[in-house]
Each structure stands twice: as C-alpha cells, then as structure tokens.
Design a protein around this ligand. Structure first.
Ligand SMILES: Nc1ncnc2c1ncn2[C@@H]1O[C@H](COP(=O)(O)OP(=O)(O)O)[C@@H](O)[C@H]1O
Ligand SMILES: Cc1ncc(C[n+]2csc(CCOP(=O)(O)OP(=O)(O)O)c2C)c(N)n1
Ligand SMILES: [Mg+2]
Length: 329
C-alpha cells in the first residue's frame, strides 16, 4: 500500500492553496479575499455587524469514530452560523484556523474543507481567510464568522419579558442521543439523530422570521436546553417555568432513550449541540409563526434571580442548571 501524502510532505503553503480555491459565494461583499494579510469586506450602513467564534477539538467535539472529516468541517461552520442565527442575523463570511499534526494525511484536510465548502455554499457565506499551524497532539479547528442584522434589531439574551411564552424550534436532544447511538454502533437503527449529530443544520432564515415577529430574547442550543434556558433567565433577570411534556422530541430520540433506560427528556435538557433555537415572545405574536416548526415549552413567570422550574410527570422541581461543561472537576 502506498503511504498517504501528509501535510508535512506537501508543506503549509501548498496545503492552503490546495484547499481554499474558489470559496467566494457572495462576491459583492468582498474587496480583498484569501491571499493577503487580511480580508477586506464591504459593510452596509443599514446593517449591524455580528462576530462570533467557535472551536472544534479532536477528543472533545469529535473523534475519528464519531465524525468524518467532511462532518467536522460542516459542523464547524454550522456551530458558527448558529451563533449568528441566534442573534437574528444572516452569516456572510468566515475565517478558519486549522491546527493539525504534521503526519495528518492531506486527504483528511481536503475532505474537511469539502464540508466547509458545502456549508459555505448552503449558507452563501464567503471563506475570507484563516491560519494554519502544526499541532503536537490532535486536530483543532476554529471558525470565526461574521454576519449582519438590520440596525438595532439583534435579538439578545437580555430582554425576555414577564408573560412571554418560551419556545424552541425543531426537536431537541437529537444530537446528544445521536452521539449515544454512534457510541453503541446503532447508526443504522437511528439514522436521523446520527445525522443531527454529524451535520446539524441551523436555520438563519427561521431565526430571521422569529426576530421579525418580535422575539424578545433568543439563544442557540449548543450546551443543552437546560443551560441555555438559564442563560436567558439570568441575563434577563426573570424566572421561567417549563413543562417537560411539551419539549418536542423526535421518535428516534424517544426510542433510543427507552433502549438506554433514561428519561426521554434527558438528552433534550443536557445533551447539547442541537443548534436549534430557544426564544421568548409575546403569546399574541405566535399566530404569525403557525407555519413554522416551533413549540411552546413554558412561560416567563416573574421578575427574579433567573430560576427555571420544570414540571414533569406531575412533579414540579427547580431545573438543574446542567449542560455540557468543558472544565468539570
Ligand atoms: N476566551 C474568551 N475571550 C473572550 N470572550 C470569550 C471567550 N470565551 C467565550 N467568550 C465570550 O463569552 C460568552 C459566552 O461564550 P459561549 O458559552 O462559548 O457562548 P456560545 O454558547 O454562544 O458559543 C460569549 O459572548 C463569548 O464571546
Ligand atoms: C467525542 C465527543 N464527546 C462529547 C461530545 C459532546 N459535546 C462536546 S462539546 C459539546 C457542547 C458544545 O460545544 P461548545 O464548544 O461548548 O459550544 P459553544 O457553547 O461554545 O457554542 C458537547 C455536547 C461530542 N460532540 N463528541
Ligand atoms: Mg463558544
């Protein structure tokens, strides 16, 4: 068998050249793209700019068992786009920093960039630049995304109002349950949730509609619904009540929970990486969103310290503020 060409064989500049050709999907927004010290982009006077960044680390966000190189590239973009969507904005550009071991096959990086390309194409986002360095251990990819939202309309976590309903988009818990399915080698039994783990597809268009309908606060679900609810409640200084039975779950997540023997809402509350949205809005505005995949899961009850209560199977408790945590002891 011939040895695969590695990053070290090809060298830094040739590797960059190989993977970054033809990456502009919105040429009208770029003055200077890849190939200079910095990218130069047009900004529009009627828009505010949004900037966010997210990282994927081998062994933390993925392993060679859980995700292909293409998936890693795609999900890096998706998690960044999700942050822009959570502000009610649209993504326009991305820079990617790649830190890889020198013996990594060039093919891995090429496939990863095919995933980045698929996402950039899907979201009409320009790849504007990046960085490439060696890593003594494992792969680390960081995306920094820029996006735009009409002036002064960005939806923050800070404005949830007493009386608002609390809603989520899509189904919640699928990505965490999908990871469990991958670990147990049940991919063929649970194709939909495995796909949700490997290729999440946040929707800035849905987020934009939610913003236009008057959402008072919004957050994306990266660490788990429980911790995202607390982020809104604490930033807005309100208490919320959630009804467990109203959290939308997919059939596959329900089936996997039964097989594994955990509560069906477990993955929704603490799984994370769904890249769905949780938001608050006046109940009267909901009629504008009836065509959309949106579910009411609770209500903003009162001004307060930011406590979230959960009623489930007839029992009301304070929801544990649990989610994915990078620095657990
Ligand atoms: N190393 C850092 N330096 C500066 N700001 C940071 C750093 N890490 C996180 N933040 C900021 O802290 C806030 C919370 O971060 P995070 O939990 O990662 O947000 P999200 O879940 O939306 O990705 C964000 O505003 C983020 O920009
Ligand atoms: C191998 C592996 N183990 C565990 C997870 C689960 N996981 C890793 S990071 C994470 C939370 C989201 O990542 P983070 O970097 O905290 O996203 P952010 O909140 O910054 O958007 C979760 C649920 C995974 N995806 N893959
Ligand atoms: Mg983050």
């Amino acid at each position: 068998m011939t040895k695969k060409q590695t990053i070290k064989d090809l060298g830094e500049f040739k590797s960059i050249e190989k993977i970054t050709r033809d990456f502009i999907y919105r040429p009208e927004l770029v003055k200077v793209g890849i190939g200079d010290d910095g990218a130069v982009v047009y900004t529009r006077p009627e828009m505010d700019e949004i900037i966010s960044t997210d990282t994927m680390v081998e062994g933390v966000h993925f392993t060679h068992q859980t995700m292909s190189a293409f998936d890693v590239g795609f999900k890096l973009c998706a998690s960044n786009v999700s942050d822009i969507a959570a502000m009610g904005g649209q993504p326009t550009g991305l820079v990617v920093s790649v830190t890889v071991p020198s013996d990594l096959p060039v093919e891995w990086l090429e496939n990863c960039y095919e995933g980045i390309r698929a996402a950039c194409k899907y979201y009409r986002m320009n790849l504007l630049g990046g960085d490439m360095t060696g890593s003594p251990h494992g792969i680390v990819l960081t995306g920094t995304v820029i996006g735009e939202v009409p002036l002064n309309t960005a939806v923050t976590r800070r404005q949830a109002q007493v009386g608002d309903v609390v809603c989520v988009t899509g189904t919640v818990g699928d990505a965490g349950a999908g990871l469990e399915a991958i670990y147990r080698k049940w991919e063929s039994l649970f194709p939909h949730i495995v796909q949700k783990h490997q290729r999440p597809l946040p929707s800035p268009n849905l987020a934009m509609k939610i913003r236009e309908c008057g959402a008072s606060s919004m957050n994306d679900i990266s660490d788990g619904l429980s911790s995202e609810l607390y982020e809104i409640a604490q930033a807005s200084q309100v208490n919320m009540s959630i009804v467990g039975e109203q959290i939308p779950l997919s059939q596959e997540t329900i089936k996997l929970s039964e097989k594994v023997g955990v509560s069906p809402i477990h993955y929704a509350l603490v799984g994370g990486e769904d890249y769905e949205l949780v938001f608050t809005i006046k109940e009267a505005k909901l009629s504008l969103l009836t065509q959309e995949p949106i579910h009411v899961i609770g209500r903003v009850e009162s001004a307060g310290e930011g406590v979230v209560s959960l009623t489930y199977q007839g029992e009301k408790k304070v929801l544990e503020a649990k989610g994915f945590c990078h620095f657990k002891s």
